[in-house]
Design a protein around this ligand. Structure first.
Ligand code: SF4
Ligand code: SF4
Length: 84
């Protein structure tokens, strides 16, 4: 009887511990506040921006707390946030 095939161990998933990069695409941001609401780490906030029709734009206030959970990027309806 042939030996049973042995599956190769799966490569251990490395956790990405590099610092987060958050790119805000200002011209896409409609100041809806969704990303600020969904961020569990309070990394984001709205700031006044007279150049914007909405009067506000999102900004990063505490980058070091970002866990790269991607919630803000996923929930933004205007593709205005990119996490890497
Ligand atoms: S969810 Fe998107 S459009 Fe809304 S405030 Fe955040 S970055 Fe701007
Ligand atoms: S990736 Fe997660 S922790 Fe980082 S800013 Fe977005 S929602 Fe907050």
């Amino acid at each position: 009887m042939a030996d049973a095939a042995v599956a190769a161990p799966k490569a251990a998933k490395k956790k990405d511990k590099s610092p987060a990069k958050i790119e805000i695409i200002n011209e896409n941001c409609k100041a809806c506040d969704i990303c600020v609401d969904v961020c569990p780490q309070n990394v984001l906030a709205m700031r006044k921006d007279p150049a914007k029709w909405e009067g506000y734009v999102v900004e990063v206030i505490d980058l070091e707390k970002c866990t790269k959970c991607m919630l803000c990027e996923i929930e933004c309806p205007d593709f205005a946030i990119e996490i890497s």
